[in-house]
Each structure stands twice: as C-alpha cells, then as structure tokens.
Design a protein around this ligand. Sequence first.
Ligand SMILES: [Zn+2]
Ligand SMILES: [Zn+2]
Length: 371
Amino acid sequence: MATKRDYYEVLGVDRDASAADVKKAFRRLARELHPDVNPGDPEAAERFRETSEAYEALSNPETRARYDRFGHAGMAGTQFHPEQFMDFSNLSDLLGAFFGDDLFGTSRRPARGGDAAASVDLTLVEAAFGVTREVDVEIISACDRCDGSGAEPGTTPQTCPSCGGTGHVQHVSNTAFGQFVQTAACAACRGRGVRIDTPCTACRGRGRRRSQESVEVQIPAGIMSGQRLRLAGRGHAGEAGSARGDLYVNVSVAPDDRFEREGNDVVSVLDVPFTRAAIGTTVTIDTLDGRQELEVRPGTQPGEVLVLRGKGIPVLGGRGRGDHRVVMNVLVPRKLSDEQRALLDRFESTVDDATYAADDGFFHRLRTAFR
Ligand SMILES: [Zn+2]
Ligand SMILES: [Zn+2]
C-alpha cells in the first residue's frame, strides 16, 4: 500500500487550523478538483477522493482529535465515505449541500440531475447512413432499494426541523445599508428538506447510487465528427422527485482511406493510366453504397472530376444527399523500357493538330458541374 499523505498536508492547512479554515481549504480544493471541473482526469479524481477523505476526518472534532494523537493509525476502523462527495451530481450541488453556497443566488428548487457524457466512434459509412449503438455510461441513478427517498424501506423520512422541509434557510443581517436576506441550502438536511432517521442500507441515505447503464443511441444519418447528441432525461438522477439530467454523446468519425468528406459531398481519387485515360475504360470504384461501375471516357484529362449526383452523404435532419466527386489522377509512366519508348516515339510521330484538341461540348458541360 502506498504511504498515505498527512491529512493537513492534503488540505494545505496548519495543524492548528480552525474548523473554518479546514472548511475553507476543502471548499477551495473541491472547486479545483471536483470531477465536474476535470472530466475524465483520473489524477484529479484521485486527489479529490484524497481531499474528501482528509476533510471528512478533520471536519469532525472527534476524528480530528484521534488523528492528531495517533495519526493514520488512529483512523483504523473508521469508515470514510469519500464517494458521498463524488455522488453529488455536480459541483454546485456539493457546495450547496456542504457549505450552503448558492451558486445561482436563487432560492432553492429541487435540483435537476447532472448531465452525463459518453462518446461513440463511427466509421464514415456509419456516420453517413446512421446507426444504432449501445453506449455504456456510468450514471448516478435513484437507489432502487429506497426508491430514491434515502430512507430504509418501511421507514418514512421526517420533515427537516431546521428548515421546515423547504431545504433552505435564510440568514438575515442588519447593516447600515439596510437588511440583507441571504438564502442558502439547509446544512442539517443538505438541502433535501427531510431528515432521515433510518438511512437506506444500500445507498447510506443518499437516495442515489452509481451504476452502469447501457443506453441505446440512435445516430442520425449525416452526422459529422465533433457533433454532440443530447439525450434528454438520460443523465444522472436528481434529488427525489426532480428530473434527470441529460446525456451528451460526443460523436467522432474515423477517417476513411477511400473517401474524404467535404460537407455532404465525398471526394475520392481514381488512378487511371494515361493509356486508359486516352482510350477510355470502365472501372469499379468504391462508393458509400458499395462497389459501382464507372465509365472513364476516352480523352479523360488529369484532375478531371466525375460527379456521381446524390451519391454523397445524406443531409442531417433533412432531405437528399450530397454528391460523390471522383477526381481523375492520370498516371504518366516514370520508367520506360526501350520497347515502350520506341512505341511512344512511333505514337508521337502520328500526332496531329486534332490529337490534343479539346472537345468543348462534353468537357465544357462537365467542367461547369465542378465547384
Ligand atoms: Zn437507498
Ligand atoms: Zn433542512
């Protein structure tokens, strides 16, 4: 086991720090290290856990006195629950519950659950035509043992005597400038408005638990890399009776080595030997819809673009599809044998004015179709 860091060192306070200083230090670190602020950062999550444990030990005068006398050895057998700090679905919930911070300055309403995030990796073809994916998400959900009430089944939560069930308390201060009323979450019930005398054994009275959920996500046709889908009401559970947060699914689309996406068009490059470009040929190419024959007309020029109308990517949330543009990459020999050189010399001797003349009719029409 790794050596445990000193709790005072973890919170960055002196050994004779007041309870208020301990609280202040934890609040500062919580704002800095909370998973909300550092999504997907395991180091911050671990430091947040460590900080929470140190705060839990030092915020209680009894455990703090034991820690001061015996160090970590004195903590043996003590149950720490750093996850109670993590389980608050978001930072403002946590600060509100423990410190009465009201980040929004409004009177309290039942907090909606926090938003959760997941990500999916798609191929270009999946992104083009849409796909249904199962996504695993870690969700804070209502505890099924107590139905989210936090009270052991068979017992009933009592109305919190400190706040009368409203979940918040008001501090009135009289100053030279008049009377100020400050509203903050009730510390006695952590803003829940109820007192739970017999906490649910499964969730320790919090009413919420972490669980793995498999969520079916319908990816719409035409989605682009970097876009985000919102699944309303599929995020973390809120406090009893309030709405769940949303689930955001980040979409990333892997590059396809056959096509490049340009808006709703796809572009591919076709290698055509100069002889075939001159004589014409029929080839089979990859399209989003699978293999397809493509006619390369006689006299095809380097860089010419053939447009397959409506063979691109479906318009997201709309109608129709983009185009598939095929760029002709005419291959010119880099190495010739004596025989080949002789053949080309012979060809060259037959060239006249008409050989390289542009046939405006066809090429002009085609060129105006390019962008
Ligand atoms: Zn429970
Ligand atoms: Zn209360």
